[in-house]
Design a protein around this ligand. Sequence first.
Ligand SMILES: Cc1ncc(COP(=O)(O)O)c(C=O)c1O
Length: 400
Amino acid sequence: MNEAPLAAPSLGDRSLFPSLTARAYLAHAAISPPSLLVERAVTQAFGAYAARGALAFGATVEQRGRLRASLAALLGADVAGVGLVPNTSAGVTDVALCLPWREGDRVLLFEGEFPANVTAWQRAAELFALELLWLPADLFRTDPTRAFEALAHTLSKGVRLVALSQVQFQTGFRMPLREIAARAHAQGAEVFVDAIQGLGAVPLDVALDGVDYLTSGSHKWLMGTEGCGVLYVRPELAPALRPHVAGWLSHEDAFRFLVEGPGHLRYDRPVRKRADLVEGGTPNTLGCYALEASVGVLLSLGVDRIYAHANGYLDALEAGLVARGFESLRAKRPEGRSCILGVRPPAGGRHSAPTLQRALGERGVVTSVPDGVLRFAPHWPNDPREVPDVLSVVDAVLAT
Ligand SMILES: Cc1ncc(COP(=O)(O)O)c(C=O)c1O
């Protein structure tokens, strides 16, 4: 089928999202709508299975190779460090189960984090007799001097791993990852990052930022679909992982017995000593096609430019909301910012964050409201010229 060529993606241009009904879609920190490029990639992959069944599978193996390479480019990583996972939780669990723990190892977690970056460490603590230590994530936003003092004190106890989010999901605060990683490494700790609230729209480079392990689902800032994500493991660290999550596809030459005749069915092939050891069974092929298409767009636009674009939008929106009595949780210093603006409703007003979110949504301004914070999250297709319209909808809602 010949399809009409699509317009090239361009910052502030929503034409690749013709089905989107919202007048302003500001919930990319929850779930991103797919662009026509993503829709087409998925439809074509589905069509190939419809037409050719098992014969379509070979192309998907190559596609996953291309996808890992694009994700590596996005992360500033070596492709050997990239594996594919179903979601963020799976990526955290993979590392939590496979790290070569010793009894009594300490893991530093942050209060206020999204639970995906806590639950798996709690399970690992039970299984491997680890000790969990905690620091308040928000202290890095409100009082960085005290936060770094507390970090130094905790690291001095001897910590095996620090597990943090690149961006806090409710305040949108971008954690001082590079500084935390440098201090962690200086004390012999490794660094694990849940990057789902930044990757794709907030600059990150695993080498420069000192990231040892990272994971992210793709339905938020990566603008893919649910059920597909990325795991990064620094290649030098992968050989030490214990392959507790390995499946039949985690072995070297795992496919051989299916294509090369008799005599190749064996159970002793080595498990890959790379991040993709976690790819143990049949993958989410359609999600992989979606993610390849969306990451292609992000790389072509450039994450630095997307970040600057979204922050231009948020500068105007934040000023308008603060003028209306909202409390902004956005960092004062640019290095603490992401593409999320979290606000609390005007003090003493009649509206809670959830009621505001619902009322805004009914009027076509789509936001989200995690942990009681009203969250505005624009991405590359949002046009800053939407902001006056968003503010007029806010006025209409406040007046009700
Ligand atoms: C920081 C953070 N981590 C993880 C998730 C989701 O985890 P998963 O991809 O496992 O559903 C979210 C939001 O849904 C989040 O905000």
